[in-house]
Write a protein that binds this ligand. Structure first.
Ligand code: GRF
Length: 217
């Protein structure tokens, strides 16, 4: 009998190119995971269309319908758990989550952030890397903890910063890597190979370095 696949909920707020990469990766026979729900806090997020086109249950939980972060996050939890999710993947979800939410999914909540964490937590990461004159930039998939963009890294992809790069050009180069490392991390998790251990991450029982597994061009 086929083994049960890891059930993954993806939270989005926008276009969902990372979601698309996960939809495509889940279609592989040996993927080991399937998307059980796509949930957006915005009704017009294009990622919802991607989900519906792929036959994945799509839901909107609008933060505008709730008086505070706590009640919004409780509604999100109800929706996610109602779909039987074992892993929760943040893919361009533009809301700050409460400590209660993060604790509820401790060790099974992933985020992707477009910088080589711990550099450039927060927004405008590509411009900040350019302004700093960095020779390299990149993207990090990490477990989420209560510190914003601060949980332990699982995998980083490093790209060069080229002369003449603009924030837009650099964003595109980084995004290409996002679309390969996010499915990679989800496959690791689904295969039971990945575990958060305090401030560090274990892959196949071995402690990863503080930057996680580092992938270069
Ligand atoms: C990506 O740049 C990701 O790194 C950040 O949000 C963006 C989402 O893009 N967390 P998309 O909606 O997946 O295209």
């Amino acid at each position: 009998m086929a083994q049960k696949k890891c059930q993954v909920a993806v939270l989005i707020s926008g276009s969902g190119t990372n979601l698309q990469a996960l939809i495509d990766a889940a279609a592989a026979e040996d993927a080991g995971f399937e998307l059980c729900a796509v949930i957006s806090n915005k009704a017009d997020a294009y990622g919802l269309t991607r989900a519906r086109d792929a036959g994945i249950p799509a839901a909107v939980v609008s933060h505008r319908d709730y008086a505070d972060r706590e009640s919004f996050d409780r509604a999100l939890i109800e929706c996610i758990d109602g779909h039987g999710a074992e892993l929760v993947v943040l893919a361009g979800f533009m809301r700050i989550l409460t400590p209660g939410f993060v604790r509820h999914y401790s060790g099974r909540l992933l985020n992707i952030h477009p910088s080589l964490l711990p550099k450039y937590q927060g927004l405008n990461t590509h411009q900040r890397a350019l302004d700093a004159g960095d020779a390299e930039h990149g993207v990090t998939v990490h477990f989420v903890t209560e510190e914003l963009d601060g949980g332990p890294p699982i995998v980083q992809a490093v790209v060069p910063v080229e002369p003449g790069d603009t924030a837009g050009i650099l964003a595109k180069r980084v995004q290409q890597r996002e679309h390969s490392i996010y499915p990679l991390a989800v496959r690791w998790f689904a295969g039971g190979r990945l575990r958060m251990d305090g401030e560090r991450v274990l892959l196949d029982g071995e402690l990863l370095p503080p930057s996680g597994r580092v992938i270069r061009d």
